[in-house]
Every structure is written in structure tokens, then in C-alpha cells.
Design a protein around this ligand. Structure first.
Ligand code: ADP
Ligand code: ADP
Length: 542
């Protein structure tokens, strides 16, 4: 077997023994001799949301540039481009035929949300209102501003917006345009779950009510499930080739992805399946206390945000998940623990050393990754460190690059590695999932868990990706209140109680996929939704 195909290679020819079936056809595009090749294209449909699920570097942007009419696909003939007529011929009889005919006529207009919203301030001067008003082609801006809760920052300079605010402004700007085809490259980074669900609903409404074609790349699987009508799975060898499968149902696409095996393609894309357990399994076994803290209060001043913390204990060796909306005081709590902030009442003098990865990763000095990481730990380069940190976080390939040249996802992985490599009593990771693709989230999740187990470390993880929190956390700490006004931090509780409290605040319930036990968001007011709410079971099946 070749390691890609599951069964023995069905073709005897030695030349193709390493190639999955799709790769024997011509690619849609090849950048050059021995350069990246893209096989297959996603097929956007009017009135539908089409999702793409797969790692970064696999050709998603290339596909979108083709669908936007910016890049003429060469069908693998990079020396002499065949031209749109021949491309149309090649796609005759496929779902893409009409779409490609429209591109050839120059009739497709496109609106696009970039992946890294943090870079928007580099290319735009002015305030939120200036940016949004230029995009208001459908007359829908007021409603978008309202539903995405952008009103409070309308007169703020784009330079001063937080990542979560920039993300919502970028989504509004993209959806306000009047085009045939909308492409959104990751909508969830820095958004809380309520905001993620709102963004998903807005995208669906534009497809359904205005009959537009929407194409979305998303790595938060619970949200992708809610968002898309059909799904293309992308796989391959980042940087070498990428294959975009024909469309699957969203349910099957995500299930096959998690199983690590694509049914129709007869293709294994990962050695092990990712499995969810139904019953909130990790009843805390070890209950050694690392630290106890009393009730605490912190306010930033008269009429400003205030936080009330219910006292609790953090256990040695646990991964404690922290959930709640943005602006509710999670970072403020973290700063009380680290001693960066003094509480107004209560004694938080914890005497603990804390290693902290902030939500917005700011390591961007002109320094090589290896130099930076070896300055943090003398374990750097040891076989233990390589196996437990560098490999799962895929750092090998970027060790010699400069921090300032890294992409958002690469910077995130370096920051997670730096946080875990420091020696400390408590590791605190704020939104480690941001900008990681779905495969990297899985790897980072297992790296963090293994690290906690093997190093006797205690890890606090703040994240909005519900699957990641489910897979990572032993117990849960829930924040609620009124964002930007007052917050309340509950004491850490078992996963099931915590998820029930958190999701009750959001009024969102999850059912279980029959085949894989994967949690799926219920339709509001469906029978299951109503029943689970009345039983108080929001996440883990009883
Ligand atoms: P994704 O959007 O999935 O991250 P891209 O489509 O941006 O992936 O890139 C896929 C691969 O194609 C990458 O390895 C990238 O380096 C390569 N690539 C992108 N543009 C070009 C180009 N103009 N010439 C050669 N290679 C390119
Ligand atoms: P979260 O981490 O849950 O998003 P934060 O703890 O960062 O929330 O912030 C909670 C609220 O406190 C927000 O409204 C934020 O604007 C406000 N805030 C944070 N830091 C300060 C500060 N130094 N002075 C005044 N207000 C602040």
C-alpha cells in the first residue's frame, strides 16, 4: 500500500502507485513544473451555502481565485494556458458548467472576506462607518450593524478595533455588497458562540432569501455543520497538491472527516478517528488541589466594567475549560490570577507562576522561531520536546523563519509552544484555536492534554470552539452577565453541569449524530430542542 490509499493500490503501474485515484486525471490548475497542483473545484450553487473543510495550504485560495475569474485554470498545462473555451469544454456536464460559462463571459461578481482580519488596519485608514458605508450596495447595512452588534464601534478608528470587532466588521462589509458569489474564509476566529451563530444565520439568510451563492471555509465544525448545505472535503499534501472532493452532505462530510476516511473516495486522510464521548466522561479522578481562591471582585472604575468571581479551586493536573461571551471578564479573571491586576475585594495573592498565552498573539519581533523558543526552555531540541511539542504543533518546517514573517496560524502554534515550554504552575491559553485549521486544532488539543498529563501541569483553556473544549476539558468554568457591563464567574464544575449552564444562557441545544455521537446544534424550536430544554440536557445525552 502507498500510505494514501487504504487498500492495496488498485493500479499495478509503479509510476502511479503513490497517487490516489483523483490524481490520475488532469488537475484543474498547476502553478508550474513540480509546483502545487489543485485537483477538483468546489461547485457553488445559487441559493446554497457550500462549505470547504480541510487544512490550510491545500489550494482553497487557488480554487476561489479560479471561481472569482481572477486565475485562468490551466488544466495542468502550465506552459501554454488552454483558455476559458477549453476549460468550459472540460467541465461540460458537471455542476460547474453554468458557473464557468458565466466566468468566461465576465459575468461573475465576487465579494470576499479575507482569512486574517488582523491585517485590515494595514490597508485601511478611517473609522468603521467610513469602511462600511462604501460597501453598502444592498441597503442592508443597518440591519447587519444591528445584528452583528457593531453600533458601539461605528465611530471608532479601524486601528483601534479588537480582533473580534474587526471580524464582525469584515463579515458585515462582505455581506453588504451586491454580488453573485460570496466567499468567506473563516468567520469564527475571535467571535464568541453567540456571535458565531449569528454570523452563520446571516450567511444562510443571504443564500436563501436573496438566492446568492455562498462559499465558506470554516474550521469550527459545530458552526460549519449549522452553516453549510453541502460540503467539499479538501485533502492532500500541503504545498504539493490538494484534492477537493465532489460535494457531500454536510453530515457525511464532517463524519467522514472525523472518521479519517472518505467513503466515496476510498481514501484514508488520518490514521486515527476523532471520537466524542456521550457522557461527559472525565469525572474528576484526581482531586488534589493546586490552589483555592476566595470570592473576588474587580471593577475598572465608577460606571465601568465590573466582575464578580465565585470562589473555587483549581486541581492539580486538570485541564479546566473556560467559556462565556466576549467582554464578560475572562481576561480580567486571568489577570487576577497572574497578579497583573489587584482585586478590589478578596485576596487573590496566589503565589503561583503562570505561563500565559493571550488571545491576540503579538510575538512579531525580528527573531527566528528556533532562537525565540530556545530562549524559553532548555528542553528545546530534546527528543521529548520534539515529540510532545514541536511535532504535534508542526513547528519543524517554520523553525528557521522569522517571527515577523509567520502567518496567523503559524504564529498561534509558536505561541502555544512558547506557553507550554515555559516552566510554571499553571498554563493559561486564551483562544488557542484561533487561525488553526481543523487538523491543527486536533493536534494542538492532544498536545495540550498529553502535556498536562505527563508534566503534572494544570492548564486553563479559554475557547469558543465547543468541540475543542469538549475534547480538551476535564471541568468547566462558566462566565455570564452583561458583556462590557458586568460579569460573573462561576466556580469550576463538572463538564455536564457546566455545559448545561453555559448553553442554557445561549438557549442552544445539541443532539447526537446517530452514527458517530458527534454533537450537532439543534434547530431552534424543533421537537428535540424543546424536549432537551425542558429536561435541562443541553449537551451530553442522559
Ligand atoms: P490554501 O488557501 O488552502 O491555504 P493556497 O491556494 O493559498 O492554499 O495555496 C496552495 C499552494 O499553492 C501553496 O503551497 C502555495 O504556496 C502555492 N501557490 C499559491 N499561489 C502560487 C503561485 N502564484 N505560484 C506558485 N505556487 C503558488
Ligand atoms: P473577555 O476576556 O471575557 O472578552 P475582558 O476581561 O477582556 O473580557 O473585558 C471585560 C470588559 O472590561 C470589556 O468591556 C473591556 O472593554 C473592559 N476592560 C478590560 N480592560 C479594561 C481596562 N484596563 N480599563 C477599563 N475597562 C477594561
Amino acid at each position: 500500500t502507498c500510505g494514501i490509499c487504504v487498500e492495496k493500490c488498485p493500479f499495478d503501474a509503479i509510476e502511479i502507485i503513490n497517487l490516489p485515484k483523483e490524481l490520475q486525471d488532469d488537475p484543474a490548475h498547476r502553478y508550474g513544473e513540480n509546483a502545487f497542483s489543485l485537483y477538483g473545484l468546489p461547485a457553488p450553487q445559487q441559493g446554497q451555502v457550500t462549505g470547504i473543510l480541510g487544512p490550510n495550504g491545500i489550494g482553497k485560495t487557488t480554487a476561489v481565485r479560479i471561481l472569482a475569474g481572477e486565475l485562468e485554470p490551466n488544466l495542468g498545462r502550465h506552459e501554454e494556458s488552454p483558455g476559458w473555451d477549453e476549460v468550459l469544454e472540460a467541465y461540460r456536464g458537471t455542476e460547474l458548467q453554468d458557473y464557468i460559462a458565466d466566468i468566461r463571459e465576465g459575468e461573475v461578481t465576487v465579494s470576499r472576506k479575507p482569512q486574517y482580519v488582523d491585517q485590515i488596519p494595514n490597508s485601511f485608514d478611517g473609522n468603521t462607518r467610513d469602511l462600511l458605508e462604501r460597501t453598502d450596495e444592498r441597503g442592508a447595512l443597518d440591519s447587519l450593524v444591528d445584528r452583528l452588534e457593531i453600533a458601539p464601534v461605528m465611530d471608532q478608528s479601524i486601528d483601534d478595533l479588537s480582533g473580534g470587532e474587526l471580524q464582525r466588521v469584515a463579515i458585515a462589509a462582505t455581506l453588504a455588497r451586491d454580488t453573485d458569489f460570496y466567499f468567506l474564509d473563516e468567520v469564527t476566529p475571535y467571535l464568541d458562540i453567540g456571535q458565531r451563530v449569528t454570523a452563520a444565520r446571516l450567511i444562510r439568510e443571504l443564500a436563501e432569501e436573496e438566492n446568492r451563492s455562498m462559499l465558506v471555509v470554516e474550521h469550527d465544525l459545530a458552526i460549519l455543520d449549522l452553516l453549510a448545505d453541502t460540503l467539499h472535503v479538501a485533502y492532500g499534501e500541503p504545498g504539493a497538491y490538494g484534492v477537493i472532493t465532489p460535494p457531500k452532505s454536510v453530515r457525511n462530510g464532517i463524519n467522514e472527516y472525523l472518521a479519517g476516511y472518505l467513503d466515496n473516495e476510498n481514501m484514508r486522510i488520518r490514521p486515527d478517528p476523532i471520537e466524542f464521548e456521550e457522557h461527559a466522561p472525565r469525572a474528576a479522578v484526581r482531586s488534589d488541589t493546586l490552589v483555592e481562591y476566595p470570592d473576588l471582585e474587580k471593577s475598572y472604575g465608577e460606571g465601568e466594567f465590573s466582575l464578580e468571581v465565585e470562589g473555587g479551586e483549581i486541581r492539580r493536573n486538570e485541564v479546566l475549560g473556560i467559556v462565556g461571551p466576549n467582554g464578560i471578564g475572562k481576561s480580567t479573571f486571568a489577570k487576577l490570577l497572574t497578579g497583573d491586576l489587584e482585586p478590589d475585594s478578596g485576596d487573590a495573592d496566589l503565589d503561583l507562576e503562570i505561563s500565559y498565552k493571550p488571545q491576540y498573539v503579538t510575538i512579531d519581533q525580528h527573531m527566528r522561531v528556533d532562537v525565540f523558543l530556545s530562549s524559553i526552555t532548555d528542553q528545546f531540541g530534546s527528543s521529548y520536546w520534539n515529540t510532545e511539542i514541536a511535532q504535534p504543533l508542526q513547528l519543524e518546517r517554520i523553525m528557521e523563519q522569522n517571527l515577523s514573517d509567520l502567518s496567523g496560524g503559524e504564529r498561534q502554534r509558536v505561541a502555544i509552544a512558547a506557553c507550554l515550554s515555559d516552566s510554571a504552575d499553571l498554563y493559561l491559553l486564551d483562544e488557542p484555536s484561533a487561525h488553526l485549521d481543523v487538523e491543527q486544532r486536533v493536534q494542538a488539543t492532544s498536545a495540550i492534554r498529553r502535556y498536562a498529563e505527563q508534566q503534572d501541569a494544570t492548564v486553563l483553556v479559554i475557547d469558543h470552539d465547543i468541540y475543542m473544549i469538549d475534547l480538551l476539558a476535564d471541568r468547566l468554568m462558566v462566565f455570564d452577565g452583561e458583556p462590557a457591563e458586568h460579569g460573573r464567574a462561576g466556580t469550576p464544575q463538572p463538564m455536564r453541569d457546566g455545559m448545561n449552564e453555559f448553553l442554557a444562557n445561549l438557549e442552544v441545544t445539541f443532539r447526537r449524530d446517530e452514527r458517530t455521537s458527534r454533537p450537532r446544534i439543534n434547530k431552534p424550536d424543533s421537537q428535540l430542542d424543546k424536549r432537551q430544554k425542558s429536561e435541562g440536557e443541553y449537551y451530553y445525552a442522559p
